[in-house]
Design a protein around this ligand. Structure first.
Ligand code: C2E
Ligand code: MG
Ligand code: MG
Length: 725
């Protein structure tokens, strides 16, 4: 309840937004009111002057100045001053030197006149109330001189200054109302001026009802006491300019008292309702503002790291690049990538991974203070900054990333692209910087790479691949090369791995290294893999129909295939279409594909197994999570990564490691296959430790199936009896 009353009277606490809203509302009201007052006072001055001349009252000039002109001019100049302050507060309008000087001159004239009146004051000829008036008017004029000086200084808008002027203005309006109405009342006229001025002030003082109410109540009291000693009649008739005090009878009529009281009460209610209306409007707008600022925040900021997002980055970079006054050569786009973040995430979990991202984002954001910094995606960040000095910051950042390192080794790689004049596409620039960054991902010693001509050529190829994959599939540029898998028992072929090649009319023979990653990045890989499945199934049919040598084929599946299409459905479709024996198609999934822990992948693998396919784990040992993968998924064949053989003869640890992996696979009932077998020693070692299968250049490089058949016919390669019918 008390809270309600407090709120009603404006005694409650207000937020900064609401305070500003009231301030603006008051200033806006001040503009209307001051314009009305200025017009009114000018009219009064003209009217009074005309009356003087028409009635030949020149002799009364000083008397009329005392009673009317001084008030008119004071109010005129305070209206003007209020107008100037309000316009400055709302619209930052500052060109008001001339008007401020006019205000100062008028106020100085009023002040000087009041000083004269004070000087000539004598209790015999003047009343105490006259003396009060002189003092009030003189002080008001003085304060206006002070505030017109403030305006002349032409400083920033200060709330207290504008509000002080508003209170002075209100005070002068009320004072004017009291004086004029008292005069009128004394001469039998109405008290309309007083009431009008009261209404003026209520409209002006929207701020806090209790202030408005106090100010107005005080003015009612003053007015009441001023006129309570005066005559209550309308007998004097029309105002003639001369007041005959001898005819005055004192006392205040009940009618006036009741009207005054009613007016005072309505003033209070008006103050409250006006305030509450404005308050609820302010609160509504504040809520709207909060929602807007929240929306604009989430549309411009990355939720996780708190730095800007790509929507913001693109639009700001766009503005910067389209700005003709900026020299494009000064800028550089940077693309940052945290190498091994994936393993970090996996080893320490999602939350710790997020913490690393936040720290890295803050580190980059702080290092490039006056630049555009944003999170691109995952563990990638982009920066648009000045080229000058950027290299120093980058090398520091690459050092500092090690501060976050734990057991997983972290690296920060940075690719850079300098836009040339006429280039305005931030997305393309980011893409190029990203490409430069990707080109050094596997180079341990390099942290920074600028997009140069050689990269531009590679980038063009990348664009070509993305834009032409459909065409390449349609025109048959995609070929399947087969690499034999042999049994270590008798070196006979027990299978083939299907490896994609792109035989392009422009670029020639493209190895998978040139297009697999690109197609994965642009989420097009499923198109290629579906094409390979179809070609393998087709080849199976041909081999069966034409009685050609053949063996089960393992096909590489990308992790993304499971996301981008129903790859199991595609496989089943072609197997049915070409009536393929399911034991002739195996699926290889690389170990790194399984680190994402997605359920779709798990479900798809289950479906593959249930449909009767064998699933191989490819590149075992190339990632961080090998053993977890063995625990969480079921595979038929473990394909040991070729890196274990790459330093086979020099590294004494290679043999025991291979031995243990093969032993492990036996224990968990998986067949083992080692890839990358290039010489006899390696092969014999693998045979000696019981690794069942081997694949490598020692037997054959990947090649078209017909070339392999040639070698089989020549007796260079032998197919296992199980597959000869
Ligand atoms: P992968 O599946 O591990 O395939 C084995 C890679 O090792 C092949 O490279 C093969 O040519 C190479 N290789 C085989 N024996 C030796 C050897 O003795 N020494 C050396 N140094 N290398 C050997 P390739 O054909 O360049 O393929 C590279 C990778 O591209 C593949 O690795 C596979 O991950 C991917 N890939 C190839 N074809 C496809 C495909 O149709 N779909 C998908 N998703 N990925 C494919
Ligand atoms: Mg493979
Ligand atoms: Mg492999």
């Amino acid at each position: 309840m008390t809270q309600r009353i407090k709120r009603m009277l404006g005694l409650d606490k207000q937020s900064d937004y609401v305070r500003k809203y009231f301030y603006d509302t008051n200033m806006r009201a001040s503009i209307y009111m001051s314009v009305v007052v200025i017009v009114l006072e000018l009219w009064m001055i003209v009217r009074m002057t005309r009356t003087i001349y028409e009635n030949h009252l020149q002799a009364q000039f000083w008397h009329l100045t005392e009673k009317y002109y001084s008030n008119y001019f004071l109010l005129l100049s305070s209206g003007l001053l209020m107008l100037l302050f309000a316009v400055r507060a709302l619209y930052n309008f500052r060109k008001c030197r001339f008007a401020a000087i006019v205000v100062m001159i008028m106020s100085a004239a009023v002040c000087a006149f009041e000083v004269k009146m004070l000087y000539e004051y004598s209790p015999e000829t003047k009343t105490g109330s006259d003396l009060h008036n002189y003092i009030i008017l003189m002080l008001s004029a003085l304060s206006m001189i002070v505030f017109s000086f403030v305006l002349l200084k032409n400083g920033e808008d200060k709330k207290w200054e504008s509000l002080s002027v508003m209170y002075i203005f209100s005070f002068e309006c009320i004072n004017f109302g009291i004086i004029i109405s008292a005069n009128s009342y004394q001469s039998g006229g109405q008290i309309l001026t007083f009431l009008t001025m009261e209404l003026f002030v209520i409209c002006l003082l929207v701020w806090r009802p209790y202030i408005g109410f106090l100010v107005l109540s005080a003015s009612y009291l003053v007015f009441y006491y001023k006129i309570s000693d005066m005559i209550d009649l309308n007998t004097v008739g029309k105002f003639t300019g001369v007041i005959d005090f001898s005819t005055v009878k004192t006392g205040l009529g009940d009618g006036i008292k009741i009207n005054g009281f009613t007016m005072w009460l309505s003033t209070l209610l008006f103050c409250i309702s006006n305030y509450n209306k404005t308050l609820s409007q302010a609160v509504k707008e504040e809520d709207l503002e909060d929602v807007n600022s929240y929306l604009s925040k989430i549309s411009a900021y990355d939720e996780l790291t708190g730095i800007h997002n790509m929507v913001y980055f693109r639009s700001e970079a766009d503005k910067l690049l389209s700005n003709s006054s900026e020299n494009k050569d000064d800028f550089v786009f940077l693309f940052f990538d945290i190498v091994n973040f994936k393993y970090y995430n996996e080893k320490y979990g999602f939350h710790e991974g997020n913490d690393l991202l936040k720290s890295a984002a803050n580190m980059i954001d702080e290092s490039f203070k006056d630049s555009l910094v944003s999170r691109f995606s995952d563990d990638h960040f982009v920066v648009l900054t000045r080229y000058e000095g950027a290299d120093r910051i980058i090398s520091k950042l690459c050092e500092r990333i090690h501060d976050f390192e734990r057991e997983v080794h972290l690296e920060l790689k940075c690719g850079a692209y300098r836009p040339t004049d006429g280039e305005t596409d931030p997305s393309l620039a980011c893409d190029r910087a990203r490409f430069a960054c990707g080109s050094i991902k596997k180079h341990y010693e390099l942290n920074f790479k600028l997009y140069d001509k050689a990269l531009a050529e590679k980038f063009r190829l990348k664009q070509y691949i993305v834009n032409n994959i459909d065409n390449a599939i349609e025109k048959g540029y995609i070929k399947v090369y087969y690499q034999p898998v042999v049994s270590t028992k008798d070196r006979t072929i027990v299978g083939f791995e299907a490896l994609a090649r792109w035989l392009d009319p422009t670029y020639g023979l493209l190895p998978p290294g040139a297009f697999i990653e690109v197609l994965e990045e642009y989420r097009q890989i499923h198109k290629l893999d579906s094409c390979i499945i179809r070609e393998v199934c087709k080849e199976y049919r041909r081999a069966k129909d034409e009685q050609l040598p053949f063996a089960p084929v393992s096909i590489n599946f990308s992790r993304l295939d499971f996301e981008l299409c129903d790859i199991v459905g595609v496989l089943t479709g072609y197997v049915e279409e070409f009536s393929v024996d399911k034991s002739f198609v195996d699926v290889e999934i690389t170990e790194s594909a399984l680190t994402d822990q997605q359920n779709t992948l798990k479900d798809a693998m289950k479906r593959l197994k249930e449909s009767g396919y064998t699933v191989w784990l490819d590149d075992f040992g190339s990632g961080y999570s090998s053993l977890n993968v063995l625990k969480d998924y079921y595979f038929d064949v473990l394909k040991i990564d070729m890196k274990f053989l790459s330093d086979f003869s020099e590294n004494s640890k290679s043999k025991p490691i291979l031995n243990n992996i093969v032993e492990l696979s036996r224990q968990i009932e998986m067949r083992s296959l080692t890839e990358g077998v290039e010489d006899k020693d390696q092969f014999e070692f693998l045979a000696s430790i019981g690794c069942e299968l081997a694949q490598g250049y020692l037997f054959s490089k990947p090649m078209p199936i017909d070339d392999l058949r040639e070698r089989i016919y020549k007796g260079e390669l032998k197919i296992n009896e199980a597959f000869i019918k």
